[in-house]
Design a protein around this ligand. Structure first.
Ligand code: TRP
Length: 462
């Protein structure tokens, strides 16, 4: 995609929105959002998440797309071009590093989904009704190092193949067709889940905020999740913006992408939370949550076998349209800045991501050392997915907001957003005032306070 001939080549407005939504909608919504919600107090977390999406995520998405379209570059190249010296290219470097690392751990979970597709397809869950048994089946699965590592490799290979061949033809078309199916299936599953016996508790947990659960860490996680699920803070939207034509209306496209993403998050919560209480599982199960709950839902609906298989296929595709957008960032960097061939860049990044990911893949029971590292549940996996997945994205988004709001400046950004040429405006920008207030003040100040406070509490502990 960083082939200059392909620049600006999203085929149409809807093509771009779907590509952006394809990046955004993925495991972040279907797997991570439910388990973060479960771990961080339910409805109150969802509320904090929504607030962060509106006041931080959406304005930062506009900023990233604008930077990308203006410079037609990857994050490092973009800062080199616009910032002229200073430490800004290091921020670009952080984006690239996050790209490697997020790709490394994200593809482990995508590998689990492939494993679960296989298990569902061969009927492993067909006869099992006991929720505890389903739960221990997952523990066994995630602790089998060889299987999990092989599936991890498989996802990296599939993503590498797509990124190497170019994203347009295959996967984009596929995601256009399958995205509506994913919505439909989630709605059906939500209905099944809400009508399960014992679902009321889960619904209450998900819909009635408990204000006693507010904490710095909870808000940091909500902020991290907002950035993560909207693919912000590491340059994916900068890179995607660099393929965007001057005709497109950035704020409107960004609004659609945000809307689709939120819809999937909210639906995924509606599928999982009621089922957690109905199955007597624990909300704070962590990364295992959806894998311990979903097979039970499928087991208790007519045609559940087909729903199960269909669901996991769709989630794999949703995950692939996201992994592609993650891998694309470091690859675009090596191609543009280091003049590597696309093939070399893809092989290098994929290989390193596999190495970084391996200890994380073993951190779910396969290796005691990696599973309990630093006394944290989920050990190495939890550590890298928090550092590169919440913290690094918050840092990235903070500096992108500062850069666009104060250094490059709201006026230049506005000119780019409106694509003014010879006094003719292509896109109106009615929310300019609102956006500039958010990007200059609300986003950076909120991130700084939440981040500073949480780091202070965690490491200094007062
Ligand atoms: N947003 C994707 C998801 O929710 C993951 C993703 C893609 C991402 N590109 C990103 C996360 C860039 C952070 C930064 O599944």
């Amino acid at each position: 995609m960083s082939d200059p001939q392909e620049r600006g080549a999203w085929s149409s407005k809807i093509g771009f929105i779907l590509a952006g939504a394809g990046s955004a909608v993925g495991l972040g919504a279907i797997w991570r959002f439910p388990y973060y919600t479960g771990e961080n107090g339910g409805a109150i977390f969802t509320l904090a998440f929504l607030i962060c999406c509106f006041f931080i995520g959406y304005p930062v998405m506009i900023a990233e797309l604008t930077l990308g379209r203006n410079t037609q570059k990857n994050p490092v190249g973009m800062f080199k071009k616009l910032a002229k010296g200073g430490g800004w290219k290091w921020l670009g470097g952080l984006c690239i590093l996050s790209g490697f690392t997020i790709f490394a751990w994200y593809s482990i979970i995508a590998g689990w989904v492939v494993g679960y597709l296989y298990k569902t397809a061969i009927g492993t869950f067909s006869e099992v009704r006991d929720a505890n048994m389903i739960s221990s089946m997952f523990d066994q699965f995630s602790a089998s190092g060889v299987t999990v590592s092989s599936l991890h490799a498989l996802i990296i290979l599939m993503t590498a193949f797509v990124v190497y061949r170019g994203v347009k033809s295959g996967i984009e078309l596929l995601s256009k067709l399958l995205m509506p199916l994913l919505f439909l299936l989630l709605i059906l599953l939500a209905i099944r889940s809400i009508t399960l016996e014992g679902a009321a508790d889960g619904l209450k947990f998900y819909l009635y905020p408990d204000f006693s659960k507010v904490s710095g860490m909870m808000i940091l996680k909500a902020m991290g999740q907002a950035l993560f699920s909207l693919s912000l803070g590491m340059g994916t939207m900068i890179t995607y913006g660099s393929y965007l034509s001057k005709k497109e209306n950035i704020p409107v496209s960004a609004a659609w992408i945000t809307f689709f993403e939120l819809l999937v998050c909210i639906l995924a919560g509606l599928v999982i939370m009621p089922a957690v209480s109905a199955m007597g599982q624990s909300y704070t199960e962590g990364p295992d949550l959806i894998f311990k709950v979903l097979p039970s839902i499928f087991g208790q609906m007519p045609g559940g076998y087909y729903f199960g298989v269909g669901f996991f296929v769709l989630v794999i595709i949703a995950a692939l349209t996201s992994t592609v957008s993650i891998l694309e960032v470091p690859v675009a960097y090596f191609v543009d800045e280091k003049h590597w061939s696309r093939k070399k860049a893809v092989i290098f990044v994929g290989f390193i991501a596999y190495l970084i990911g391996t200890p994380a893949a073993l951190a779910h029971g396969a290796s005691d050392f990696w599973s309990n590292l630093a006394g944290i549940k989920g050990g190495f996996f939890t550590i890298i997915s928090t550092v590169f997945g919440d913290i690094s994205l918050s840092i990235g988004a903070f500096f992108i907001a500062i850069f666009v709001g104060w250094l490059w400046g709201v006026e230049k950004a506005t000119t780019e957003i409106k694509s003014e040429e010879n006094g003719i405006t292509v896109s109106e920008f009615p929310i300019k005032k609102y956006w500039s207030f958010l990007i200059k003040f609300v986003a950076p100040v909120t991130i700084a306070i939440v981040f500073g406070y949480t780091m202070w509490k965690t490491f200094i502990g007062l």
